[in-house]
Design a binder for this molecule. Sequence first.
Ligand code: SF4
Ligand code: SF4
Ligand code: SF4
Length: 345
Amino acid sequence: MPVQPPPVKRQLAAVFDMNKCLGCQTCTIACKTLWTDEEGMEYMWWNIVSTMPGEGTPRGWQKLSGGFQDGEPRPSRLPKLSEFGHAWEFNYEDVLYGGQGMNQHLQPKTGDDNWGPLWDEDQASGAYPNSYFFYLQMICMHCTNPACLAACPRQAIYKRVDDGIVLIDEERCSGYRFCMEACPYKRIYFNQAKKVSQKCILCYPRIEQGVAPACFRQCPGRVRFIGFLDDEESAVHKLVKVWKVAIPLHPEFGTEPNMYYVPPLSPPLFDDNGDVIEGSERIPRQYLESLFGPDVNRVLDTLRTEMAKTRRGEKSEMLDTLIAYEWKSMFGGFTRDPGTLKRPV
Ligand code: SF4
Ligand code: SF4
Ligand code: SF4
């Protein structure tokens, strides 16, 4: 039987409303500048926003397996460095100041030409005019049953009892990378300079001081909600537990993730004459089921019912919560201004 962490007193959780994401990557950069700008962390993106349907990062992570099936670990493999890829350097100096006019074009100076982070950014699926894409936001899922923790022979990974945040103790980590292999969401990176595994820490130094994590606080789309799952006043609790319109990504991975998603609604399809096909949806439900399981159908139908209500002039507390007219309503009490911190993070 795989190792399980002791039960937590409370669990922090998050909801990502996929319908509001701009794909701007402000969240990605907020994390990068705060936590992963040191040596060995160059290729790390603890927060990623991938264009879907797409391969994501590391490339094809959904097929790499991991997690649990029937309570037993599912075999997986370690993602290769080339599957993460790295950000390219471009020949701006040559193009802008090289004096070669139109003979010099913008191109990468370095980089693996087979893959890189956001390689398939904004690339649509389906045929025009019925093409579509949407954005998937991912950080560590701070799972209730973390496969990374179960796989570590050094007990270097632990789950905090007070808030359920999953952390890696770098003093104990021996760099075996079994965690990286076991995590089905492939949210762990290996730091080649320090020879330890590293991942999203849910900005715990901020959480401890009442501040929302950087990638949540900085999001201009008001996509990201955070709060304790048992806090009945929090938007997270209402969306997950009361209205049940936020559901986990790949629940079949068996790690009981604590990040939840409001799945994307679709624009309608056009027929050959360019007319809207009433009641149709451009994103195939089958594809969404492959991400969220069959429960996604219930959620999308619930969202559509609520939207119909507001179109009739009725109120929808659920939609008002998702719209988040007041930003503080999204953060379950973690609303302190980071500028006021004694220990700045
Ligand atoms: S998402 Fe992966 S790294 Fe994060 S807690 Fe779950 S199993 Fe561990
Ligand atoms: S919660 Fe904090 S550590 Fe985790 S991805 Fe967001 S900014 Fe990075
Ligand atoms: S989650 Fe927010 S910050 Fe991140 S890409 Fe989407 S809109 Fe931008």
